[in-house]
Design a protein. Sequence first.
Length: 367
Amino acid sequence: MNKHHFIFSVPLFLLIPTLSHSAVVYNKDGNIVDLYGKLVAKEIYKENSDHTRKEAGFGSIGFKGQTQISNKLTGFGQWEYRAYTNAAEDEAQTTETRLGFAGIKYQGIGSVDYGYNNGILYDVGSLTDMAPSWSAMTWTGSYNKNFMNSRSEGVLTFRSNDFFGLSDNLSLGIQLQGKNETSNIYTSNGKGIGYSLGYEIIDGLKMIGAYSKSDRTTEQREDGKGRNAESWAIGAKYDANSLYLASLYSETRNTTRTGSSGDAGFANKTRNIELLAQYIFKSGLRPSIGWFHTRGYDLTPVGAFDGGDADLANYIELGVSYNFNPNFRVYIDYYINLLDEDSQYVKQVGGINGNDNMTALNMSYYF
């Protein structure tokens, strides 16, 4: 890890993937700018009747900057942008801003930032978002921008990673989100607030919990499922002695999209269980196995599906990655779908990630 001194308002474990590859491009008079990015060649194969192949490569670039305002006060900012390679040159290209925020940090108190940043529930969701490919695809990844389960727009975030200087083992986060009403109900939200609290029990073992509550927009409330969208989660990770273990349990209300169909709607309630285990060999080999399950309740009737309860996602992730060096990695990751194909929900709506077994092949270069 290059620079422990370069801490933003997200927990340290969220910064590890980028910090280990970032490069200082400017460092003068208390001003530091780091550049980072990655180039990804990726293919996804679906085991359906057509044996569909999907190009899923992309390039990402970003920077982090900080400026020393006084002995204890630091200003900072981060921006990250991604462009996908799944369209021909004469077609519309898919691009997105993934992060964009700025803030200030005062030593001994904490940091405050505003912009497009990770939602407070991702403090827990990030624990199991470590699989080579198939993770963060349900309650934290089915859609971005709205609410505070994944990357979220218009959020004001306060964090104290040492609980106001009282304990290095205790961290606190508070997040406010402004109203974001778009033409798409799946990327809209009303005003909201969220909290997270983490505690490192011993070196390498950490527990964290989070909660958020948001107003729903007028259009979202037309489904008759209430005025509020809520989520809570609790999780733990062990990261030591070449072993990584993580687990979480979460519940959401009116925040999780219920499938791939355009009229699928939001689940009135979901219960989510995620388990992940990895081992890091000295050679750079890192096998991974995980189980991810999302159960939806009071689902919207669609076609022959009369509504009610059903599994939205249920799969095993089985993969292995290999790091040739800190800048180049390859992996293969297999998605074993466990959804019941005879379920009327699966037939009419389709699971959040579809109904097929899938294989992801990847080569990545980091800088």
